[in-house]
Design a protein around this ligand. Structure first.
Ligand code: ATP
Length: 370
């Protein structure tokens, strides 16, 4: 892992008035660039040649500079890292950033300061570590089964990594499990290494909500955790194909070939019953406190909890995303929650930039990067 001392040395060499914000042109990059610009930062888009026109097409969100490369994995090459360092860059790791560059590369070979805590990405990328984190937080998690022979109810079978639900399937017995694995392998959706790292989880019945949080070290407030505060910046729901529109098929039982799938295709906004806010704020606070314990200084910046609210109004959390999530793209002009926290329209992208700006002002930028 790149050491804190090394990053600290880099930040000391940076010219504080010339800090730029960079990220890979994908996922939530428009929002990140737009938000950084609103807070007065110059921005760097790390981009493949074919994508550049997309970012040029949005004049208020296009980056000020580009680093053009053919393959995002090349970002660890010295010449690209040197350019980022020369421009005093702080890089924002969104979901595609981690996926494209590779978690291992980011941990060991990427010397440019990253906003947030690199160790959080490790906890996020490993389902076992994530479960330990959620259990340490004392939040409710779905029951898990080590062996298919234990399956005694409706379960969802999930695979490793941020793959947007691809290949997941639902079973209610060991027999069904074996059948569906066979089909998945035949279709090439599931391979041997996927099966080694699969998770069998109770299928929680209820309504999904994905609250988007921000752990701030620079601002204090009512929902305290570690040395800072937890903010609720928005809530969304994912729209997954085909499960979310299966009801449109008049009689699914007449079409046995149709199986539910959970591939993410988009997001829609949501607000919660106000009486559920105590629970949702408490969830964010607990998960932050646990992160401070498990990987200090904790989950700095944006994160999202993937939850299912049951009909007894309990939230069951099946995943944490330890970084900005694409669902925040719904709220570039602020959300029905961020408007009660900030007097200006506050997206998660802008919130990141605001935190960095405050870190620079307080001479504490080093506390926000790793
Ligand atoms: P990403 O990393 O992009 O968040 P992923 O591949 O890790 O996606 P999950 O987010 O764990 O996958 O799950 C994808 C979808 O599967 C969820 O949004 C949800 O609809 C469904 N799902 C996952 N776990 C459960 C569960 N225990 N009960 C019910 N539905 C679930």
């Amino acid at each position: 892992m790149i050491s804190k001392e090394e990053i600290s040395g880099t930040i000391k060499r940076y010219r504080s008035g010339k800090i730029t914000i960079g990220t890979i042109c994908s996922h939530s990059a428009l929002q990140i660039f737009y938000g950084a610009r609103q807070e007065g930062f110059k921005t760097i888009g790390i981009c493949t040649p074919d994508r550049r026109f997309v970012y040029e097409a949005f004049r208020y969100a296009r980056p000020d500079y580009y680093i053009i490369l053919d393959d995002y994995k090349d970002l660890v090459e010295e010449r690209f890292q040197e350019e980022l360092l020369r421009r005093n860059a702080v890089v924002i790791p969104h979901g595609s950033f981690v996926e494209y560059v590779g978690a291992e590369n980011l941990k060991k070979d990427f010397h440019v300061p990253i906003y947030g805590n690199r160790s959080a990405l490790e906890f996020e990328g490993d389902r076992r570590k994530m479960r330990t984190w959620l259990q340490e937080a004392g939040v409710r998690v779905p029951r898990e089964y080590q062996d298919p022979s234990e399956i005694d109810r409706l379960c969802i079978v999930k695979f490793h990594g941020a793959r947007g639900g691809r290949g997941f399937f639902v079973v209610d017995s060991e027999k069904k499990y074996r059948e569906k694995v066979e089909i998945g392998v035949k279709k090439g959706i599931v391979n041997e290494s996927d099966l080694e790292k699969r998770t069998i989880q109770e299928l929680v019945v209820g309504v999904r909500y994905y609250p988007q949080y921000f752990y701030s070290l620079m601002f204090q407030g009512e929902v305290k955790a570690g040395e800072g505060r937890v903010e609720l910046l928005g809530v969304d729901r994912r729209v997954e194909s085909n499960v979310d529109d299966l009801y449109r098929i008049p009689k699914p039982e007449d079409s046995p070939g149709i199986e539910p799938s959970y591939v993410i295709t988009g997001n829609i906004p949501a607000v919660l019953r106000e009486s559920l806010l105590p629970r949702v704020l408490d969830l964010g606070r607990r998960v932050t406190e646990a992160s401070v314990k498990l990987f200090p200084p904790g989950i700095i910046g944006p994160f999202c909890m993937e939850t299912i609210c049951t009909d007894s109004l309990e939230f069951v959390t099946f995943e944490v995303s330890a970084r900005i999530v694409a669902g925040t793209n719904l709220y570039p002009g602020g959300s029905p929650y961020s408007c009660y926290l900030f007097s200006e329209p506050m997206s998660t992208g802008r919130r990141i930039a605001l935190e960095i700006k405050e870190g620079i002002r307080k001479k504490r930028l080093i506390d926000l990067v790793s």
